[in-house]
Each structure stands twice: as C-alpha cells, then as structure tokens.
Design a protein around this ligand. Structure first.
Ligand code: ADP
Ligand code: MG
Length: 484
C-alpha cells in the first residue's frame, strides 16, 4: 500500500504540483484496499483535510489509484487518524455519529481559519465558514462529483409569503433547465434559506434527470480554487471544468466583490454557460445592483433572468418551519413553546432552528418534557433577537391595549380606517423605540415591506403635527411602553 501511495504522490506532484502534495496529501496514507468490494480506505489527519480532498481531488484520486491498483471502479472511504482502529476497517462511518469527543478532535486546530496556499504569497489566512469545518455526512459526492447536500430539498422547505416567489421560481426552473428564468438570482438576508433552495434545485433537477451534471459552488471556494489554478498555471483547466455542467448553483456571489480577476473568469464562465442555455442560479445577500465592488457588466447580466427575493418570514411561516424542523429532529414541540421560540427570533431561520435544538437537547438530556417554562429557562438571556423580539412584543401589546383592538387585527390585512391607524401607530412606535430595521418591523406586523412602514410612519407624523389630542395620546403610549 505504501509503495502504491508513493507512486501516486509522484504522479500528483507532476500533475498538480508539489505544493498540493505538501499541503494535502503528505499526511494522508493509503490504509487498505478491499479487492472484493473495491473500497479504498485512506487515512487522513482530520475531517477538514478529508473534506477538502473529497471536494477537490476525488477525480484525481480515483483516476490514478484505479490505474495503479488495476481496479476500475471503487469507492473512497476516509478515516481520521483519531478514529479507533476497529472503526478504521472498511466501515464508512459518518462523522456525525461518532462520539462527540472524537468528532471534536477531528476539527482542525485553527477552528475559524485555515491556511490555504495563495498565489505568490506563501500562505494566506482565509476565514473558513464553521459549516465547512463541521464534519458532514450530508455532503456526499456522487459519481459525477456533485456536492449537493441531500438534506435540503423542496419537500422540507416551508413556503410562506416571504419566500414564495423564490420558491416558485426555483421549482419552475427544474422543469426546464436553462429555458425559463436564466439566470435565476435569489437574494435575501443571512439564514433565510438561500443555500437550502440552491441545493433543493440541484437535488430536484437530478431527481428528474440523473444524468445531468450539477455543480454547487460557493464563491469563496471558487475564489480559492481560482487562486490555486493561477498558481499552478492551470486557469484554462479551471475554466473548462465549468463548461461541462448543465446546472450551476453559485452561492453567496457577494464574496466576489473587489476580486477583479476572479470576476473576470466568472464572467467568462457565465457567458459560455449562458450561451449554451445551461441553467445558472445565483444567490447573494443583496440585489445585484447593490453588490458593492462587482463589475457593472456582471451586475447587469445577473438581472437578465429573474431576480427573486426572500424576505424575513412572518410569524406563521416561522411557526410552520419550527413544526417541520421539530419533526425532522424528533422533538415534541407544544404550540405555546413554538410561539415562544418564534417570537424570540425575528430575522434568521438558522437561529430559529438553533433555539429549537437547544430546547430539545436540554429536555432530552435532563429527561424532561418540553414546556413553556422549560423553554423560557433554557433560552433566558439568549440572542440579540430575544431583546428585539421582546421590544416589539411589548410595543404591539401596549398599542393594542390603548386602542382596544386585538393583536391579530393589527397583524391582519384588514384595511378599516381604525385598524389602519392603530397599525400605523405600532409601526411608528417600533421605529422610534426599538433597534429593529424597517424590514424587521414590517415583517413583524404581518409581513409588510419597508415601504409600507415608511408610509405609515409619515402618516403618523403628519397626524401628530396637526392634531394635539393625537399627539398627546402618542406621548401616553410611549410613556407606557418605556416603563413596561
Ligand atoms: P442562507 O443561505 O440564506 O444563509 P440557509 O439556506 O443556510 O440560509 O438556511 C438556514 C437554515 O434555515 C437551514 O437549516 C435551512 O434548512 C433553514 N431554512 C431556511 N428557510 C427555510 C424554509 N423556508 N423552510 C425550512 N427550512 C428553512
Ligand atoms: Mg447560505
């Protein structure tokens, strides 16, 4: 095995350069080859190296090891040095089922950053996303090298007013890749489901046609690979690997901002794919025009197809998501607890899920049922969202009480003059007394957009100027909110 591995390293050195061998393959060894199952086991120092190699060098490994071992097809099995010997043999063990301590040991020592080679500068510290460092059994690569997360599909994506356009467009393109909306550009704040939708598109498209080649790419990965390709004078190869794909899912495009050369290459890839009517899906945290440091010609291309936004979810959608996630995580979630959690977190579904898991884990570890009391105890002093959520809760309650209307009426779409005024007062107070953005405030009161909030506030200000009794009432309400 050692001889074969050394032979392999020689080939890789020639083909990819000695830096790649030094950085990624030196600490790896060929542990076992099972001729009956054609499974090859590689021992890697940690999960990060394992992930990196799987994401970048699977094809290289397969091609050359197959030749050296005269084994045309095989699966690659990665085991970490920290795994005990019994588990090392043959079993393919998802890291997530390892005992926690083992999985933790497998984390790279630099928990937030990782050294990667960079053109001409030795090495650079590039922030690695936590999710990329977490060992994942979800992102398995299939035979075409796709790296879709199979946990994310349309079935477990909850649709509400806030994301219905993005969802509908995402689903529609799967039917007829490259023909309906191309590119599809999805934008929205962090943790609102962009990555989920991108993977869902990939999974759905492959379900319909398993032969297509799908590539999911984050822009920081793209950037790293691009830098490496220049370093090894392989930028033509880098480009060409995208030319084969039928569907490209390009996540978090905003990270390409101010990276001129990378944008240049991206532009080239975009054009080639677009001309061949290959489907392009892009995501970003803002509207194309608002991405700072992005070439104008790229911005305009991104708007050629359909631009769909994902807004902050309303309470109902948050509750539906919580219910769905509770089922997925086998957590028994009473309605009042779901409402409590949903009102804690305003603008981030990832955080919403985090709180749910926290409550669920606490209940299961201490062998208790989940109750409102327990949830309050567990989530006490947690998250910024809690404070914002409580501020808004207080404001809407005080306003509702003063005008003797129900919270539901304020949140509803009713347009009676009376209800509209109360709603406008609530918007006004929220803007004045909370730290929340207009977008958050709008979504808190029945999923209104920020222009509705601005309009409401100016109406209240007008009334205040021209109606002393109304101005006095506002003062009283404000006092009560502050002292609440
Ligand atoms: P983004 O990429 O926009 O930052 P993600 O796609 O990573 O957000 O979503 C964060 C988490 O929230 C994921 O676990 C995802 O499954 C979940 N999530 C987001 N939107 C929805 C939704 N509409 N239904 C179900 N889960 C969702
Ligand atoms: Mg994302």
């Amino acid at each position: 095995m050692q001889l074969i591995w050394e032979e392999f390293l020689k080939i890789i050195k020639e083909e990819a350069g000695s830096q790649i061998v030094e950085t990624w393959f030196k600490a790896v060894s060929l542990e076992e080859w099972d001729g009956s199952t054609n499974i090859i086991t590689l021992r890697v120092p940690n999960q990060f190296v394992s992930r990196w190699i799987q994401d970048h060098y699977t094809e290289l490994l397969k091609t050359h090891l197959a030749r050296l071992l005269h084994a045309p097809i095989f699966k690659l099995n990665f085991v970490c040095s920290t795994q005990p010997a019994v588990q090392r043999t043959r079993n393919i063990i998802p890291a997530s089922v390892l005992p926690r301590t083992l999985a933790e040991q497998d984390q790279p020592s630099l928990s937030q950053h990782t050294q990667i080679p960079q053109a001409g500068k030795g090495s650079a510290v590039i922030p690695a996303k936590q999710e990329d460092l977490v060992p994942s059994n979800k992102k398995e690569r299939d035979r075409t090298g796709n790296n879709l997360n199979e946990q994310y599909h349309f079935d477990n994506f909850v649709v509400g007013v806030s994301n219905s356009l993005a969802h509908a467009a995402a689903y529609a393109i799967c039917e007829n890749l490259g023909r309906v909306y191309n590119p599809l550009f999805i934008y929205g704040g962090t943790g609102l489901g962009k990555t989920h939708l991108l993977h869902a598109i990939g999974n759905e498209a492959r379900k319909r046609n398993p032969n297509i080649i799908v590539r999911y790419e984050t822009s920081d990965n793209f950037l790293n690979d691009f830098i490496n390709s220049i370093r090894f004078d392989r930028s033509h190869l880098f480009r060409s690997r995208y030319h084969k794909v039928d569907l490209i899912l390009f996540d978090d495009i905003q990270f390409l901002s101010n990276k001129e050369q990378t944008q240049e290459t991206f532009f080239h890839i975009f054009n080639v794919l677009y001309e061949q009517q290959k489907q392009i899906v892009l995501s970003s945290d803002t509207f194309p025009k608002e991405i700072a440091g992005l070439q104008n010609r790229l911005k305009s291309r991104m708007e050629w197809g359909l631009v769909a936004d994902i807004q902050i979810p309303d309470l109902e959608t948050k509750l539906a998501i919580l219910t769905k996630k509770a089922v997925i995580h086998s957590i028994k979630l009473p309605d009042d607890v779901a409402e409590f959690i949903a009102s804690r977190v305003i603008s981030n579904i990832r955080e919403l899920e985090g709180l749910l898991i926290r409550v669920g884990a606490f209940a299961s570890l201490t062998n208790q049922q989940i109750t409102l009391e327990l949830a309050k105890k567990v989530l006490l002093n947690m998250t910024e969202g809690r404070r914002d959520g409580e501020q808004l809760d207080t404001i809407i309650k005080v306003v509702a009480k003063h005008y003797a209307v129900s919270l539901n009426d304020i949140r509803s779409k009713k347009r009676h003059q009376d209800i509209s005024t109360v709603r406008q007062v609530a918007f006004y107070m929220m803007k004045k007394l909370s730290n929340c953005s207009l977008q958050v405030i709008g979504s808190y009161i029945g999923g209104r957009d920020h222009s509705t909030v601005i309009h409401a506030i100016s109406k209240v200000e007008n009334l205040r100027e021209n109606n002393p009794a109304f101005a006095q009432k506002l003062k009283t309400i404000e006092q009560e909110i502050i002292t609440n």
